[in-house]
Design a binder for this molecule. Structure first.
Ligand SMILES: [Zn+2]
Ligand SMILES: [Zn+2]
Length: 335
């Protein structure tokens, strides 16, 4: 089978390898679609993420779906829950599986991800999807779940106003999910005009272009919003969130900073008594919630996948990801 391995920063190579043999409790999945994520971009550009580094060539990919290839569930279309939790630590028992320190996470070193023709993964983490979730849109469910977790973390409720700063795929999922959650108004910013257009199409009411590393015009009088979401991984966007959130409001930082450091003007945060939440991944019920929202038509997934690549053109796909010219890029490991 084909396997795309990252050997170091910028160095992806296609290998021909034996299919994995599923151990007991696992199924073999033929992977049909893998979405590329901002975290994959960090691995590709920097050869690591946060404090984790590549030690030997490994396989990225955690936003994905496929078809079960063998056994009693053969033929089922599934979305792959990438987090295999220990389920036994205090954190898991307290219901915070997204923070489990013993988790095996698909596509996070050393656990291989989905950029391969087949993947062996525990059967309970292969969640059947309805026909309403068409084709490679299955790859959009995991990042939608990330947005749903961030919305819960910010204690967002119907009728509240929201700000979304950074309109890459996660920002766009946030806007769509906030609309579905009954947001009164949504304001959004990004340095790229095509992303602001997508933000409007996703349901934002008021969008502003922001200079790279700067603030949108009139930021001090923009809003205020009840909950502000940072989805750029940039300190400038965190600052936009602090400027535009109301006194006593909440800021949820969803983006992953390239330098592993987040900073903001302390006086601004203190004067308003802002609470800052740092969001990590999602809880397992968010994947089910994502499926349900799309199935009911409450969240529309159209217009988000802008490029599709076969696995033998994986490097091109990542180069496009670096360029930020489109929205969600999908690699199709098997046709
Ligand atoms: Zn991701
Ligand atoms: Zn655990």
């Amino acid at each position: 089978m084909d396997v795309l391995r990252l050997h170091g920063a910028g160095d992806l190579r296609l290998h021909s390898e034996l299919e994995p043999a599923p151990s007991s409790g696992e199924e073999l999945v033929r992977v049909t679609a893998v979405g590329l994520c901002g975290s994959d971009l960090h691995w590709f550009e920097d050869g690591g993420i946060g404090e984790d580094r590549i030690v030997d060539p490994f396989v990225l990919g955690h936003e994905m779906g496929g078809v079960i290839a063998t056994g009693a569930r053969e033929g089922e279309r599934v979305v792959i829950e990438p987090a295999n939790l220990c389920g036994e630590c205090d954190t898991c028992r307290a219901g915070h599986g997204n923070l489990c320190q013993q988790v095996q996470f698909c596509g996070h070193y050393p656990t291989p991800g989905g950029l391969s023709t087949f993947l062996a993964w525990p059967s309970p983490l292969l969640i059947p999807i309805p026909d309403t979730i068409e084709g490679d849109r299955v790859a959009l469910l995991e990042p939608l779940g990330i947005a749903l977790h961030a919305i819960d973390l910010g204690q967002f409720q119907k009728g509240m106003s929201a700000g979304v700063y950074g309109c890459g795929p996660i920002g766009l999922f946030l806007i769509r999910a906030l609309r579905a959650a009954g947001a009164a108004t949504i304001q959004a910013s990004d340095p790229l005009p095509h992303r602001l257009e997508a933000a409007l199409a996703s349901g934002a009411d008021d969008v502003r272009l922001t200079p790279v590393d700067g603030q949108p015009e009139g930021v001090k009088n923009w809003g205020p919003v009840d909950v502000a979401f940072e989805a750029a991984g940039e300190n400038a966007a965190v600052e936009t969130a602090l400027h535009t959130v109301r006194t006593g409001g909440r800021v949820v930082v969803v983006g992953i900073p390239p330098t592993d450091r987040t900073s903001f003007p302390a006086s601004l945060g203190r004067e308003k008594g802002i609470t800052v939440f740092l969001s990590r991944r999602m809880k397992q019920h968010h994947m089910h919630q994502a499926i349900d929202l799309v199935d009911r038509g409450a969240v529309d997934l159209s217009g988000l996948i802008t490029s599709r690549y076969p696995i033998d053109r994986g490097t091109e796909a990542f180069i496009e990801l670096v360029s930020r010219s489109g929205l969600k890029i999908v690699i199709k490991p098997s046709a």
